[in-house]
Design a protein around this ligand. Structure first.
Ligand SMILES: Nc1ncnc2c1ncn2[C@@H]1O[C@H](COP(=O)(O)OP(=O)(O)OP(=O)(O)O)[C@@H](O)[C@H]1O
Length: 248
């Protein structure tokens, strides 16, 4: 592939104190990819996302985002991030859905520059895209878990990121909300061409969304891009592998 990767991890290692978590991890993500990272609890998946976001610094190796060293990246709004358990929201929190989504525009505009009419137009378009137009004036704490997850996806999308990063996006939401979230993610990737990096254990549900799966165990990241006749076969292999790792 000649295209420049959006994310390029080369021999990345990371240690919390004296507890090694990632060792010589290599991973490239290209424009248009929808990559899911799976692996057992404690494998280092969230740690890897934090390294990509520049929230943690690798102990060894290099991380490039849009071709720049992650520590030099200026346009942070190009990375849209929905954290794990983003939906564990205080139900008394007074902000409306529209206000929470609009706050995602601040990183694009700059902290001291007020939002303009065109920013609010984009907020409303994004609310429409995620199916929350009718809820825009409601307090975000009053929404269901699945609806709140959409609010946070909209908040990440409204800065018009080149890469959307989602950590366990389906945690705590029911099967119907999960199915509609998968449909939204598929639409964002296939129709809007948004590149995605998703951490999830929900392999079956994501089969129709992702273009590639990466299995992360504590030390090794294995990309099995072309080894299987179908994505389903690849996912099935990785599920078995993960189950085996749990059983160890
Ligand atoms: N701030 C921290 N300080 C010390 N150790 C940490 C810290 N954060 C995570 N760890 C440890 O690092 C390892 C990897 O954690 P991480 O959260 O990246 O795993 P994960 O694969 O995302 O797990 P899960 O699937 O449970 O979310 C775990 O053993 C965890 O206990």
């Amino acid at each position: 592939m000649n295209e420049q990767p959006i994310v390029e991890l080369k021999d990345v290692s990371f240690t919390y104190g004296c507890h090694p978590v990632l060792e010589k991890v290599n991973l490239n993500i290209y424009p248009g990819d929808a990559v899911v990272i799976t692996g057992p609890n404690g494998a280092g998946k969230t740690t890897l996302l934090k390294l990509v976001l520049g929230q943690l610094k690798a102990g060894a190796g290099s991380i490039k985002i849009f071709g720049q060293d992650v520590s030099q990246l200026k346009d942070r709004y190009r990375l849209g991030y929905v954290a794990q358990r983003a939906t564990h929201f205080n139900s008394q929190f007074p902000a409306t859905v529209r206000e929470v989504v609009a706050s995602g525009r601040v990183s694009r505009r700059g902290l001291f520059r007020p939002l303009l009419a065109r920013d609010y137009n984009l907020v409303d378009e994004t609310l429409e895209l995620v199916g929350l137009t009718d809820f825009r004036q409601q307090p975000v704490g009053a929404l269901s878990g699945g609806q709140q997850q959409r609010v946070f996806i909209a908040r990440a999308l409204v800065s018009q990121p080149d890469l959307l990063i989602l950590d366990e996006p389906t945690t705590g939401i029911d099967a119907m909300a999960q199915a509609s979230l998968y449909q939204l993610l598929r639409q964002l990737n296939q129709e809007r061409h948004i590149t995605m990096l998703i951490v999830s254990h929900e392999l079956a549900g994501l089969a129709s969304v992702v273009t590639r799966q990466v299995c992360l165990d504590k030390h090794i990241c294995t990309c099995q891009c072309h080894a299987y006749p179908s994505l389903e076969a690849q996912l099935s292999h990785c599920s078995r592998r993960t189950a085996w790792q749990y059983a160890k």
